[in-house]
Design a protein around this ligand. Structure first.
Ligand SMILES: [Zn+2]
Length: 258
């Protein structure tokens, strides 16, 4: 039994199902895909990663994608192979649009990318604040994916820093009612932060997490590294967002309990 278990383990490690590529490559490919979701296929995605100077790419402004050219040293077929491993690994998939297969996120791919995008927005705010830049308008945050925007708000809340309040107040002026209410809640929480004991602050963050961490429309599924079974990831669990990139358990609940 023990032997079987260790064999299974080494097999899983070899195939590395949950991360088909090194983490930074997974994140780069998801980020590149984010700008062409349902609008471009595997080839266009590979060209962004290659840093192609093709006219179409430049016209679409894809050279401004943070992952543009991140595999510029590789041959096109090597990049395509990485893209295909992302599809095999269950991070991306293709969906037909007319006669063309377009790249879309799987729920797992989106759970990871949505956290990365929220983090990117937060870093941008940090930069602006540090350099005393005040954006003319927060319109750019409007009409984004709601789950990502709420996660962005959750990340701001977790920082517990009042420096974000002026930006939040600018944003509050332009967004829709539902988001406005959440922005207001986060501003209030940041105001109260310094008067709260650590335990009360933790409690407040947990309460806010209930409305700020939302499920996507489809369940997020991953393959257990231990038993190869499919298991569900709860993307509303605040632990998934504690520090660094999106973290999820790599083995299922049954295997944890064994
Ligand atoms: Zn398992």
């Amino acid at each position: 039994m023990a032997r079987e278990r260790s064999l299974k383990k080494s097999r899983s490690k070899e195939s590395n199902r949950i991360m088909p590529l090194p983490e930074h490559e997974v994140l780069a490919i998801l980020r590149a895909a984010d700008d062409i979701i349902a609008e471009g296929g595997r080839t266009l995605l590979s060209k962004i990663l290659k840093g192609s100077k093709e006219k179409k790419l430049l016209e679409l402004g894809l050279d401004r994608n943070p992952a543009y050219g991140c595999f510029k040293e590789l041959k096109p077929e090597q990049i395509m192979e990485k893209v295909d491993r992302m599809i095999d690994g269950g991070f991306l998939k293709t969906e037909m649009s007319g006669k063309l297969p377009m790249i879309v996120f799987t729920p797992l791919g989106w759970a990871i990318e949505r956290e990365r995008r929220a983090e990117e927005f937060l870093r941008e705010w940090d930069d602006w604040i540090e350099n005393k830049i005040v954006p003319i308008s927060m319109e750019y945050l409007k009409e984004r994916n709601r789950g990502m925007i709420l996660l962005f708000l959750y990340k701001i809340l977790c920082r517990g820093d009042k420096k974000y309040i002026p930006f939040l107040s600018l944003w509050e002026q332009v967004d829709f009612k539902k988001v406005r209410a959440e922005i207001r809640n986060v501003m209030d929480a940041l105001e109260r932060r310094e008067h709260l004991e650590e335990s009360a602050w933790e409690q407040l963050k947990r309460e806010r997490a209930q409305t700020l961490l939302v499920r996507g429309s489809d369940p997020v599924l991953a393959v257990c590294q231990e038993c190869d079974g499919i298991y569900l990831i709860d993307e509303t669990n605040p632990d998934c967002y504690a520090g660094g990139a999106f973290r999820f358990p790599d083995i299922c609940r049954y295997c944890v309990e064994q």
